[in-house]
Design a protein around this ligand. Structure first.
Ligand SMILES: [Zn+2]
Length: 63
């Protein structure tokens, strides 16, 4: 019983929520942001694209 409780706890702490789309995401599959949150792969891809567009437009991102 002890082992089972520990296993569930470890699994739960391994999950977090994406701060952009609010989807639950595994820690291993998310990236930390400058404000202490984490974002999922989909949002990273979106952000990279936004960064590239901003770089072209020579603008600063708040991200
Ligand atoms: Zn996301």
């Amino acid at each position: 019983m002890k082992g089972l409780t520990l296993g569930i706890k470890l699994y739960a702490t391994d999950l977090t929520a994406c701060i952009r789309c609010a989807n639950p995401v595994h820690l291993q599959h998310s990236w930390p942001t400058t404000d202490g949150g984490r974002i999922c792969l989909g949002c990273v891809t979106e952000q990279v694209e936004a960064y590239r567009l901003a770089a072209v437009a020579d603008r600063q991102l708040p991200f």
